[in-house]
Ligand binder design. Structure first.
Ligand code: PLP
Length: 443
C-alpha cells in the first residue's frame, strides 16, 4: 500500500504490480518476472523500452537547456524544429502547432481555440462539439466531457453542460447494428442520425465533430468502410469542422503515418497528437489547427494584448528534443512501413481466435486490435459487468503478458512498433493460454 490515489483504478482493489524496469518490448517486476508489454504501456511506448538514442537525446538536451518556456516571445530551436517537422507531416492545411503535456490538455486547448476562432470570425454561438458514444478524449473537465464513457462521468457530475457537447452514435457494427442490417445500411442509419442531430441543434451552433479515427480505450472500434467519407460529406455540407483525435492512432500505429490516412479522412481542420509523438519517453502533446484558423486569432489576441493560454511546460525543450528524435527514428527505420507489415501478421494471427468458444469479435487495423469475449458466440450477447475482462487480463499477466481490458470484456493489443514476429507469436500463445483459463472461469 502507499499514499497514491491510483488513476483509472478501482480504489477498492488494493493489489498492485510494481514494474521496475523495461527493455525492448518487455518490462520486469521487482521479482524479476518478465512481461511482454502487449499494450505499449498505455498505447504509447512505440519504440519500446531502454532505447539508447532517446536516453542520450534526453541527457544531452538536459545538459544544454533543461527548461525554457514559450511565453511572450521566448522560443528555442528544438521547439521550432519540432513544429516545422509536425506541420510538414500532418494532413492539416498550413498547420500551426500548440504544444502541451498530455492528450487531455491538448483537447482542452482545442476547445478553447475553437471558441477563440469562432468568436474572432463573429460566430460566437458556434461552439458546440459533436462527440461520439464510446469515445475517449481524456479526463480533464473539458476533455472528459467529450469522452463518451460513463465511468469518466459518473460521480464527477460530467459532462459539463456549459461546454455544449452533443453525442452521436459509435460506429461499431458488431455491437450496434440492428438485426438484419448490412454494414452499408448501418452506416447510412448512423450518418442520418448525425444529420438529424445537426438539423435539430442548428448547424450555426456547432463548431466541430471530434473522432478518434480508430478508437482505443473504448474498445478499438474500426468503423465500416465508407463511414468517414459519408460523415465528412455531412459535416462539409453543414460547415462543421472535422477534428481528428490521433492521440493513439498517430505515428504509425495503424500502419500509416496517421489514422486519418488509414481511414480515408481528408484534410481534418484539427488534430490532437500525444503518446507516440515522443514514444512516451517524455510527456508532450500537440494541438494542430489549420493556418486560417490561426490567422483569424491574431487580431483578437493583439486587442487583448495576449493569447491568454499556455502551460508552463508548453514546448518543453527536453520533451521537444525527444519527440524530434522519435520522429527521426520513425523515418530512418521505416517504422510506419514495418508497422503495416507486422500489423497484417498480427491481425491475421489474432483472427485465429475467432474459432475460440469465448471470442465474439476480433477487430483492429495495423498494430492495434481488440479481442471481444462474449457470453453467447452465436448471438454476440455480451457478458454482464466486467468480471470476465478483468479475469482474462489477470490471466494474461499470470502468463507473463500485460494488456488491458477495454469495453468491459475485450482485451486490447497495441504492442510497441518494434516488436518482432517471434514476439507477436509469443503474444498469441499467451493470449491462447489466458483465453482457455477464462473459459474455465466462466464454465
Ligand atoms: N485522446 C485519446 C484518443 C486517448 O486515447 C487519450 C488517452 O488514452 C487521450 C486523448 C488523453 O490523453 P492523456 O491520457 O495523455 O491525457
Amino acid at each position: 500500500m502507499s499514499e497514491i490515489i491510483y488513476p483509472t483504478t478501482n480504489l477498492k482493489v488494493t493489489e498492485t504490480l510494481t514494474i521496475e524496469r523495461g527493455d525492448g518490448a518487455y518490462v520486469y517486476d521487482t521479482e524479476g518476472k518478465q512481461y511482454l508489454e502487449a499494450l505499449a504501456g498505455l498505447w504509447c511506448t512505440s519504440l519500446g523500452y531502454n532505447n539508447r538514442e532517446l536516453i542520450d537525446t534526453t541527457t544531452e538536451q538536459m545538459g544544454k537547456l533543461a527548461y525554457s518556456h514559450m511565453f511572450g516571445g521566448k522560443t528555442h530551436q528544438v521547439g521550432i524544429d519540432l513544429s516545422d517537422k509536425l506541420a510538414a507531416m500532418v494532413p492539416v492545411e498550413n498547420a500551426k502547432v500548440f504544444f502541451g503535456n498530455s492528450g487531455s490538455d491538448a483537447n482542452d486547448t482545442h476547445i478553447k481555440m475553437l471558441r477563440y476562432y469562432f468568436n474572432a470570425i463573429g460566430k460566437p454561438e458556434k461552439f458546440k462539439i459533436i462527440s461520439r458514444e464510446r469515445s475517449y478524449h481524456g479526463v480533464t473537465v473539458a476533455a472528459a466531457s467529450l469522452t463518451g464513457l460513463p465511468p469518466n462521468h459518473t460521480n464527477f457530475d460530467l459532462p459539463f453542460d456549459a461546454l455544449g457537447v452533443l453525442r452521436t452514435d459509435a460506429p461499431h457494427y458488431y455491437r450496434n447494428a440492428l438485426p438484419g442490417e448490412s454494414e452499408d445500411q448501418f452506416v447510412d442509419r448512423i450518418v442520418n442520425n448525425l444529420e438529424a442531430l445537426i438539423l435539430a441543434e442548428g448547424a450555426d451552433t456547432i463548431a466541430a465533430f471530434i473522432a478518434e479515427p480508430i478508437t482505443g480505450a473504448s474498445g478499438v472500434i474500426v468503423p465500416p468502410k465508407g463511414y468517414y467519407q459519408k460523415i465528412q460529406a455531412v459535416l462539409n455540407k453543414h460547415g462543421i469542422l472535422f477534428w481528428a483525435d490521433e492521440v493513439i492512432t498517430g505515428f504509425g500505429r495503424t500502419g500509416n503515418d496517421f489514422g486519418c490516412t488509414t481511414m480515408g479522412i481528408e484534410k481534418p481542420a484539427m488534430m490532437t497528437l500525444a503518446k507516440q509523438l515522443s514514444s512516451a519517453y517524455m510527456p508532450i502533446s500537440a494541438s494542430v489547427i489549420r493556418g486560417d484558423m490561426y490567422e483569424a486569432m491574431i487580431e483578437p489576441s493583439a486587442k487583448v494584448g495576449v493569447f491568454g493560454h499556455g502551460y508552463t511546460y508548453s514546448g518543453h525543450p527536453v520533451a521537444a528534443a525527444v519527440a524530434l528524435k522519435t520522429l527521426e527514428i520513425y523515418e530512418r527505420d521505416n517504422i510506419f512501413g514495418r508497422a503495416a507489415e507486422l500489423g497484417e501478421y498480427m491481425q491475421t494471427r489474432l483472427r485465429e481466435f475467432l474459432d475460440h468458444p469465448l471470442v465474439g469479435e476480433v477487430r483492429g487495423e495495423g498494430m492495434i486490435a481488440a479481442v471481444e469475449m462474449v457470453a453467447d458466440k452465436q448471438t454476440g450477447q455480451p457478458f454482464e459487468g466486467g468480471a470476465v475482462g478483468t479475469f482474462a487480463m489477470q490471466a494474461c499477466q499470470d502468463h507473463g503478458m500485460i494488456t488491458r481490458a477495454v469495453a468491459a470484456n475485450s482485451l486490447a493489443f497495441c504492442p510497441p512498433l518494434i516488436v518482432t514476429v517471434a514476439q507477436i507469436d509469443e503474444m498469441i500463445e499467451k493470449l491462447g493460454l489466458a483465453l482457455n483459463d477464462t473459459l474455465d472461469f466462466v464454465t
